[in-house]
Design a protein. Structure first.
Length: 738
């Protein structure tokens, strides 16, 4: 094996790869820099020329139970794989690896050889029978980007096994064979085992079961520098986890860390697509999120925070924290800090700045925070007091006043700035920044997101892409400033940007816009089609965009894979782009929109009520796909007297929300506040009366329920009769509709 090196700011960051071209993890490397500085053949002039376009497509990947494949996982790459599969028993190939929502993992030939065409499927492995479909209308199989140990030739991947458990698999990259000792189960019992949870109270506390919904294991996997530990993040609706798995001869959960100490279960999910970022010393960095009305000021509660860990034979140890000054407001409004993930910036020259070890992280609010990762400013017991003074924020701030505050404070890139509006489709950003050092020595970050047309709007407008400059002065802390906005493009829901270059020159920013809102379904007769963009890194001039309809429907939050002169995109297959020969240009249509592939027999058709119930986790994230709820926390809808009984009570709950305890089928539930959905102040969904009627009619007809349909006119009448703006209580509702 040989090591590949990335020369940054005069320093050498070394990664043990089998080839310098390997891309074994999300965002290019374990630090999540998002920079591929070995891309000959992808100069701006090449990409802007008429020879650049689609090279090939793999076959469409496997459907399962009538549902199409979707790639939430970014494809990965190894430059030299000894393939040993029934179809290709002795082939050496350069391989793209893909993992789908249907729980399949594939090895696909990246570059043609005399024996194997590009795009050929070398092997496929189906991991396990899946849980029910997620709220994007697709199966919950692989929802995060796997990670590859290129030295041991092992691919690690997770898949949802049941409503309450996930499994971690280790596959041989040459054959797809599941290795002995795997999978490792991650469930409530495993996380509650003595000594596992490093944020557990002194006395034993039995946690409730983790929720295996879409958000729960979306973060990309990552490996320790020596490959001995695999790190997996979870972002359930109640709390979040970082789990360390010993990858040795007897694979097992080595330790874990709950973002909130039990018995409290509020929020703190680690669900951003970036997962954990890891520096060359093995320090682990994650960003946590929030939930609606989730603020609890208490020790060992790390909601809305950046956390730094070390790992050792004794387990995960919390080493540093950072929490934004305004976490009290954003935590209650579900404006997650950890909506994308951290980018660790390779060490700058110590002569440039007093803070050479930097990291950056964004969030739903549209801010980008720069931190000294060698000295995170927070404590190890509790967050700082809830604040409202932006100048008190402990990140590295510009000396200039920020317009949204009128004083110093964090940099807001995508606005309008708001501390109460930024959840679901109102979120400003869910991406990981990408770092780039130009040949002239300037340090930049590229960030994607959505500026909104108004503070409380879902609709995006430009800018949706920005280049930030890391400003350095000898002996002074670094800080961020906006260097340039791209003002012509409006993205529907962009993934994280990726930068390609050659020795810091010929830089290009690549953005895969999934073109699907956070709440959009990925099934149906006309599912959204993504668009791939290429922009000059130094001018932000648009060089190329994929033709309309050229890309098939994908998942969400993935990004393009850059390998030398080729760009790979995971959709419902692998699609490759690069400079085409005249023969290739004549074979590949310039705009292959055409008809979608025919659906297999039994393909799922969506219904309006089901769509609303699943979309964006509106209902399913708490009450479950099957309406079963969560014991003691979220009440069931199946068999509920509140669902099958008075339609007026049910409509009032849906319009205005519910707070406090409630009893269902003789059992008590004391979960978080349910927000109102009826276009009221603070409502995250803003549904009209027709939508409320549709989802309630669906609920009253599913899971053995016997309630009748609800008309939109009935919802309108009850809305007009009630002027309430706060959630109802059980006692108030019991006086209604007797």
């Amino acid at each position: 094996m040989r090591s590949s090196s990335l020369l940054l700011a005069g320093l050498c960051v070394t990664w043990l790869h089998a080839s310098a071209a390997d891309v074994p993890t999300f965002h290019g490397n374990a630090m999540r820099t998002g920079w591929i500085d070995d891309a000959p053949g992808l100069a701006p002039r090449d990409v802007a020329g008429d020879s650049f376009g689609e090279l090939w497509q793999s076959p469409q990947l496997d459907w399962l139970d009538g549902r199409p494949p979707r790639l939430y996982a970014t494809p990965l790459y190894l430059d030299d794989v000894a393939v040993n599969s029934p179809s290709f028993p002795a082939a050496r190939s350069r391989v793209v690896f893909a993992a789908t929502s249907n729980g399949f993992v594939y090895a696909i030939n990246a570059f043609a050889t005399p024996q194997v065409p590009a795009g050929a499927i070398l092997w496929r492995t189906w991991l396990a029978r899946l849980a029910q479909p997620t709220f994007d209308g697709i199966n919950i199989g692989v929802m995060s980007t796997p990670v590859i140990d290129p030295v041991k030739k092992i691919l690690y991947v997770t898949s949802c096994a049941s409503a309450q458990a996930w499994q971690v698999f280790a596959l041989d990259v040459g054959s797809g064979r599941i290795l002995p000792g795997w999978p490792v189960a991650i469930d409530a019992g495993a996380l509650a085992a003595p000594g596992v949870n490093r944020n557990a109270p002194p006395e034993p506390v039995a946690p409730g079961p983790p929720r295996a919904l879409f958000a729960i294991q979306r973060g990309a996997l990552n490996l320790s520098p020596d490959g001995s530990h695999l790190y997996v993040t979870f972002g359930e609706a109640i709390t979040g986890w970082l789990v360390a798995i010993d990858t040795g001869a007897s694979p097992r959960i080595a330790s874990a860390f709950a973002s909130v100490r039990y018995p409290h279960r509020t929020a703190g999910g680690v669900w951003g697509a970036g997962g954990p970022a890891i520096d060359p010393q093995g320090n682990i960095f994650v960003g946590t999120g929030a939930n609606f009305n989730s603020l609890k000021v208490q020790p060992y509660d790390w909601t809305q925070s950046v956390l730094q860990f070390s790992d050792s034979p004794a387990g995960l140890v919390l080493r540093g924290t950072y929490t934004p000054f305004n976490y009290g407001d954003t935590a209650n409004a579900d404006i997650d800090l950890g909506s994308g993930g951290a980018c660790l910036i390779p060490a700058l020259d110590a002569g440039e700045t007093a803070t050479p070890h930097l990291m950056a992280i964004g969030g739903k609010q549209g801010n980008v925070y720069l931190l000294d990762r060698a000295h995170l400013p927070g404590g190890l017991v509790e967050r700082p007091p809830v604040g409202h003074d932006s100048a008190s924020d402990a990140s590295l701030l510009s000396p200039a006043a920020q317009p949204q505050f009128g004083r110093r404070g964090p940099l807001n890139v995508f606005g309008p700035y708001s501390e109460t509006k930024g959840a679901i489709d109102k979120a400003r950003s869910r991406s990981v920044p990408a770092y780039f050092r130009s040949a002239e020595g300037r340090h930049f970050l590229f960030v994607t997101g959505q500026t909104k047309v108004a503070e409380d709007a879902d609709a995006p407008t430009a800018p949706c892409l920005a280049r930030l400059r890391i400003v350095t002065t000898p002996g002074q802390p670094a800080y961020l400033e906006v260097d340039q906005f791209e003002l012509s493009l409006v993205f529907g829901n962009p993934g994280s940007p990726v930068v390609s270059s050659q020795a810091g020159r010929e830089g290009i920013v690549w953005v895969l816009d999934e073109n699907a809102a956070r709440t959009a379904l990925l099934i149906g007769d006309n599912p959204p089609r993504p668009v791939l963009y290429a922009l000059d890194a130094l001018t932000l001039k648009l060089l190329w965009r994929s033709p309309e309809g050229a890309l098939h429907t994908s998942g969400k939050y993935n990004e393009p894979l850059i390998v030398r002169d080729t760009v790979f995109v995971g959709t419902d297959r692998i699609q490759a782009f690069g400079r085409r020969s005249p023969e290739q240009k004549s074979l590949v249509p310039a705009s292959p929109s055409g008809a979608l592939p025919a659906k297999p027999p039994g393909a799922v058709a969506a219904s309006p009520g089901l769509d609303l119930y699943l979309t964006g986790g509106a209902c399913a994230v708490c009450h479950g796909i099957g309406g079963a709820g969560l014991a003691g926390v979220y009440p069931p809808l199946a068999g509920s007297e509140w669902v099958n009984g008075s339609e007026e009570r049910l409509i009032r709950i849906m319009l205005h929300g519910l707070q406090g305890p409630i009893t269902v089928s003789g059992k008590d539930y004391n979960g978080a506040v349910m927000p109102g959905f009826g276009q009221l102040a603070g409502s995250p969904f803003n549904w009209d009366d027709g939508k409320i009627a549709q989802v309630l009619t669906y609920i009253r007809h599913e899971w053995g329920n016997t309630g009748g349909p609800i008309a939109a006119e009935t919802v309108t009448r009850i809305r007009q009769q009630t002027g309430k703006h706060e959630p109802w209580t059980r006692d108030e509702l019991l006086k209604v509709g007797r």
